[in-house]
Design a protein. Structure first.
Length: 137
């Protein structure tokens, strides 16, 4: 009976040793950076770094594009204001020309409103440009 117990005990020891050796080999395979889980982790880490660089570049480009768009919009508003002012001046000159009418033309109030709108747009656009230049400095 003692011999059978010893044989079973020795068989259990060999099974445990075999199992430990198999686990050690698997662990070594996972920890290698060339293949296995180590390689997957290294690849994912590299991809995360590349994505962060791409994201930073995209943010810089979009910020610059946004500033350019705001600046162009401000310039367009200034130009629109100037055009409105020129049109209002043209209408006033036409109204001042001797046409035989003693009273004001019916579009005189509209011209004043156009001049006011033009001045307002020009002021807003100038403020926007000044703010942009201040941010860039």
């Amino acid at each position: 009976m003692a011999v059978i117990a010893d044989v079973l005990l020795i068989a259990g020891v060999f099974a445990a040793a075999f199992y430990c050796a198999m686990l050690a080999r698997r662990l070594r395979g996972l920890s290698q950076l060339d293949t296995g889980l180590g390689a997957a982790i290294a690849t994912l880490s590299q991809q995360v770094d590349e994505m962060q660089v791409s994201l930073t570049t995209a943010k810089k480009i979009s910020g610059a594009s946004s500033r350019e768009l705001v600046e162009m919009t401000a310039r367009a508003e200034i130009a629109a204001g100037r055009l409105e002012l020129l049109l209002a001046t043209l209408h006033e000159r036409d109204a001042e020309a001797p046409t035989g009418q003693a009273d004001k033309p019916p579009h005189h109030d509209e011209e004043k409103q156009a001049v006011r709108k033009s001045a307002t747009r020009k002021a807003r656009a100038s403020e926007t440009l000044a703010r942009l230049r201040k941010q860039e400095a």
